[in-house]
Design a protein around this ligand. Structure first.
Ligand SMILES: N[C@@H](CCC(=O)N[C@@H](CS)C(=O)NCC(=O)O)C(=O)O
Length: 210
């Protein structure tokens, strides 16, 4: 049985959770308590030396230690329904918007949160190495997020889905961005009309309630 190492409150494992649900893949879940630092303890370090969630153990026992590997593996192993495009052009469009959602959206929120939250002092980046906060990065992160949301809103003004006119991994990560923006006091669905309408439509998918 596939095992997902998860944390119910964190955005990164939510991406894997939604992907698994959209593929209809049965799996076990193990909760890792990020608040108490379980990800840095001996037991989890032995599973994922990068000390992050999600991680996914396959039926064959291989441990995939990031969303990129998890999505690539699941798409190859369970091709239906395709979530990363089928034609070369669609694959490229989805990869491009997915990259933007990840780096301009999710990483910008992380930059904003992790460089300002007192709870994350000395933990400005996830992983086994401790990094100090840089307060100016917090401000820059929120500015970057707003620029991404403006671009996303323009895209959704003309398209029902984030990329390639089909539901995809790009929608999954963009939903996680839009929902997690609350931690830096940004409410995209209230500010951006097209994002708001798309996010409301996405809620019809049971996976989005995970
Ligand atoms: N590259 C990873 C990033 C995962 C990541 O940053 N996860 C966060 C939770 S959202 C984490 O494990 N944080 C642990 C920590 O802050 O120590 C992926 O997307 O799979």
């Amino acid at each position: 049985m596939i095992t997902l190492y998860d944390c119910a409150t964190a955005p990164s494992p939510r991406r894997a959770r939604i992907f698994l649900a959209e593929k209809g893949v049965a799996h076990d879940s193990v909760q890792i308590d990020l608040r108490s630092g379980e990800q840095l303890g001996e037991a989890y370090r032995a599973i994922n030396p990068q000390c992050t969630v999600p991680a996914l153990r396959t039926d064959e026992g291989q441990v995939l230690t990031d969303n990129a590997a998890i999505a690539a593996y699941l798409e190859a192993r369970y091709p239906q329904p395709p979530l990363m495009g089928v034609t070369p052009a669609d694959k490229a469009d989805i990869a491009s918007w997915h990259w933007r959602a990840e780096f301009e959206g999710l990483m910008a929120i992380a930059e904003g949160l992790r460089n300002s939250s007192p709870a994350m002092a000395g933990r400005a980046l996830p992983g086994p190495v401790n990094y100090e906060q840089i307060p100016q990065l917090a401000e820059r992160g929120v500015a970057r997020l707003q620029h991404f949301l403006q671009a996303l809103d323009r895209q959704l003004e003309q398209h029902a889905f984030v990329a390639a006119d089909q539901f995809s991994l790009a929608d999954i990560t963009a939903v996680v961005v839009v929902d997690f923006a609350r931690v830096v006091k940004v409410k995209p669905s209230e500010t951006y009309a097209h994002i708001g309408a798309w996010r409301a439509r996405m809620q019809d998918r049971p996976s989005m309630r995970l």
